[in-house]
Structure formats: structure tokens, C-alpha cells
Write a protein that binds this ligand. Structure first.
Ligand code: HEM
Length: 399
């Protein structure tokens, strides 16, 4: 299903649209013009009123301020804040004080020690994918490689069949790219996800396994077992948070390397360069923008933010702010100090960061062991996802 065209934008500072094709193609120059052109906090009347800060200082201040900003709706859609409803996927939609307990329930499954177990499995997944095309001299690095890795890993972690990957990607697309501007599609996809997970929940209650569904059944939040809606909300979040985020980061890395032979040669010749490179890919091409609901009037960089509207937190814009980081608008594969905010800032900082870093690094390492030389064939074929998670969806490479 294609993402629909959006009405033209006359003025990005007063009428921006983060679903517009021009924004998906190159948000960086739009943010830079806003930041350096005297409008550090843009606003649009679209989506019932949304603000867009572009300076690191402002994005950080909002992400840390849970008094004026709520996480009860982190995706900007065509519903007014007053109609958000009661659906939650904790901890990402939780506010203090509940947030802490909701987050604590998930932490052990994503701690560095817990992730180690998934390293050999991820290597095997990458090699199985590479077997399909490494001898053919070309592939679509997004469709043939990047998109499958996080789906297969998270499916195994949750305890659901990885063969259902096409279904998960369909839901993610419908929920994050179509749903925000087409309520029916979003609601139908949410129902399908809940029905799907509902079956697994029933099955694991009867027959526990070593997987996250079982882990949720056995975990207590605030001293109480989680009820079905909490468990389903948590599973829903892992599916949404764990797939197109990491897919986008892996994809952006290949998109970059296919056009920058010097950086590609660096990775091909020096195995110690992967760790700093992964951080720089995460910083420079940060895929995730989150939203907050404004609960109380507050001033940010001279703009008064109205309660009841939303604000977007484009972490990628924060990461390219030269007031925050030297040469932030250049890519440096061996950047030594890299305090980026690709995984967010404040209490909601990404719980899956250890898993995501591991997947990106292994996706690159295994690829480079088998295909050290490659290039992008046709930049015009590259398309980018729209909305709040940005990454290339077609990356034609040849070697
Ligand atoms: C490159 C990949 C990823 C990026 C860039 C990313 C980015 C983010 C960001 C920016 C947030 C903050 C949300 C906010 O402030 O509202 C977040 C939260 C979260 N992420 Fe990730 N994420 C990635 C991968 C993953 C993976 C693989 C998982 C797990 C399967 C995951 C699970 C979560 C969860 C559960 C939260 C909510 C934490 C909380 O609210 O306390 N993420 N992520």
C-alpha cells in the first residue's frame, strides 16, 4: 500500500508536514533552514496543531520535562489529543510515576548480558540472507537484507514464527506510515496485531516456553501480574519499536557506504572501525522522531507552546546541530566523542539500544566478510519511508 500524497507545503516554518514527500526525501535541509533561519521552533496547524523544535538544547529540554509534556500519544496522527482513547503500549506511552515500573518490567530481557545470547543467532540469520544473493553481483540491500534481520531476531525473541515477517512489516507500515493519516487502516492493523498476539498469549498460558510472551506472563508490575491488555500492549510495542527502526539504521548505513568508497574501504580493512562507525551511522541518520502531548503552557526558545497540541522530537535534527557538536553536519566514520541522541533522551531512552547496536554491527560485519566491495547503482531508485521513522526502503547495490 502506497503512502498517499500530501497537500503542498507553502511555508515549512508555519505549515510543515512530516509526511510530505519532500520532508521524507531530505528533512535535514528543512531543519537546518529553520534552526539557522531564526525559527528554531516551527509550527503547523495540520494534525490539530504540532510544534517542531530543531535545536538540540530544546529537544533535550522537552524530552527531559515530564511536567509539561506527556507521552500518552507518541505518534502524531489525525486524531485530536482529546480523542486519543485509552489504548497504551507501556512503557513508551507511560508517564511518571507509572513509567518506572512499566520500564523495569522489560529491562532484564534487553540488558547487555541477555543480548549476548542473540549474537550467534543474528550472525546465522545474516549469513542465510547473504547466501541468497552474495554470488549474484547485485541486490536490494533494504528489501533483500536489512528489512529481514530485525524481524527475524525479534520474532525469535518474542516466540512467534519468523516466517510471518511479511505480515509484521505490513502492520508496521500500516500503523506508522498509513495509519496516522488514515484512521481506518491504522485501527484495522491494530486489531489484527492484537488478535494475532492474543492467540500466542492463550497458547503460552497453557504451555510456557523460553520466550518474551512467557516472560511477560510471569513478570509482575507493581507487585501484580500483568493483565492481558498490558501484555498485548507490551508485545505490540516491541513489534513496532524493534522492526523498522533497526531496519532503517542498517539500510541508511548501506546507502551511505554505497556512495562513499573511502568509508567503505575503512570498514573493509579495519575490524576495529565497526564500533565507532555504528555510532556515527546512528547519529547521522537517526531514524526516530517521537512526539509528546503538551499538558501545560510552556515557553521553548521564545515560542509559547499551547496545551492540547503536540510537539515532535526529531532526534536526527538534534544530532546535526553544530551548536551541540563540532562538525555535526559532516559524517566522520571514526568520530571519537559521539554523544548522540538517536536512542532518545530522558526517561524514555530506548530500551532496545543494546539489541539494535548488536544487530547493526553484525549486519555490517557479516556483509563485509563476504562482500567488501560494492556501490550504489542508481540513486533515483532509492525511496524513503515517511512519517516518524525514516529509512531507505530500496537500495540497489552491485559488486
Ligand atoms: C536503531 C534502532 C532503534 C532506534 C533508533 C530507537 C530509538 C528509540 C527512541 C528515540 C526512543 C525514545 C522514545 C521516546 O522518547 O518517547 C525509543 C524507546 C524505546 N525503544 Fe527503541 N529504538 C531502536 C530499536 C529498538 C529495539 C530493537 C527495541 C526492542 C525490541 C526497542 C524498544 C524500545 C522501547 C521498549 C522503548 C520505550 C522505552 C521507554 O519508554 O522507557 N527499540 N527507541
Amino acid at each position: 500500500m502506497e503512502t498517499p500524497n500530501r497537500p503542498d507545503v507553502e511555508d515549512w516554518e508555519t505549515d510543515f508536514d512530516h509526511f510530505h514527500v519532500d520532508y521524507s526525501a531530505d528533512p535535514y535541509s528543512i531543519w537546518k533552514d529553520m534552526r539557522e533561519g531564526g525559527c528554531p521552533v516551527a509550527h503547523t496547524d495540520r494534525f490539530h496543531g504540532v510544534y517542531l523544535p530543531t535545536r538540540h538544547e530544546d529537544i533535550s529540554a522537552i524530552a527531559h520535562d515530564t511536567e509539561h509534556f506527556s507521552s500518552k500519544s507518541v505518534i502524531v496522527n489525525d486524531l485530536p489529543v482529546s480523542d486519543i482513547g485509552s489504548f497504551r503500549s507501556p512503557p513508551i506511552t507511560s508517564d511518571p510515576p507509572e513509567h518506572q515500573d512499566h520500564r523495569r518490567a522489560l529491562l532484564p530481557a534487553f540488558a547487555p548480558k541477555a543480548i549476548e545470547k542473540w549474537i550467534p543467532i543474528t550472525r546465522q540469520i545474516c549469513n542465510d540472507l547473504l547466501d541468497e544473493f552474495s554470488d549474484s553481483g547485485s541486490c536490494d540491500a533494504s528489501a533483500d537484507y536489512a528489512q529481514h534481520i530485525p524481524v527475524k531476531v525479534i520474532a525469535r525473541m518474542i516466540g512467534i514464527p519468523e516466517e510471518d515477517g511479511d505480515l509484521f512489516r505490513k502492520w508496521v507500515h500500516e500503523l506508522l506510515e498509513i495509519g496516522p493519516t488514515n484512521r481506518n487502516v491504522g485501527q484495522q492493523a491494530a486489531r489484527e496485531v492484537f488478535d494475532y498476539f492474543g492467540e500466542y498469549l492463550k497458547a503460552r498460558r497453557a504451555d510456557p516456553r523460553d520466550d518474551i510472551v512467557t516472560y511477560f506472563i510471569e513478570t509482575k508490575v507493581d507487585g501484580q501480574p500483568m493483565d492481558d491488555s498490558q501484555i498485548l500492549g507490551g508485545l505490540f510495542l516491541l513489534l513496532l519499536a524493534g522492526i523498522d527502526t533497526t531496519w532503517s539504521s542498517i539500510g541508511s548505513s548501506f546507502w551511505h557506504l554505497g556512495q562513499h568508497p573511502k568509508d567503505r574501504r575503512r570498514l573493509a580493512s579495519d575490524s576495529t572501525s565497526f564500533d565507532p562507525a555504528v555510532e556515527e551511522f546512528l547519529r547521522f541518520y537517526s531514524p526516530v522522531t517521537m512526539a509528546r502531548v503538551i499538558t501545560d503552557e510552556v515557553e521553548i526558545s521564545g515560542t509559547t507552546l499551547c496545551p492540547g497540541q503536540r510537539v515532535l522530537l526529531p532526534f536526527a535534527a538534534a544530532n546535526r546541530d553544530t551548536d551541540f557538536m563540532e562538525d555535526a553536519d559532516t559524517f566522520q566514520i571514526d568520530r571519537e566523542v559521539n554523544r548522540h541522541s538517536a536512542f532518545g533522551l530522558g526517561i524514555h531512552r530506548c530500551l532496545g539500544s543494546n539489541l539494535a547496536r548488536m544487530e547493526i554491527k553484525i549486519a555490517l560485519e557479516e556483509w563485509f566478510r563476504r562482500i567488501p566491495e560494492f556501490e550504489l547503482t542508481d540513486p533515483k531508485v532509492v525511496t524513503w519511508s515517511s512519517g516518524q521513522v525514516r529509512g531507505p526502503r530500496h537500495i540497489p547495490l552491485q559488486w
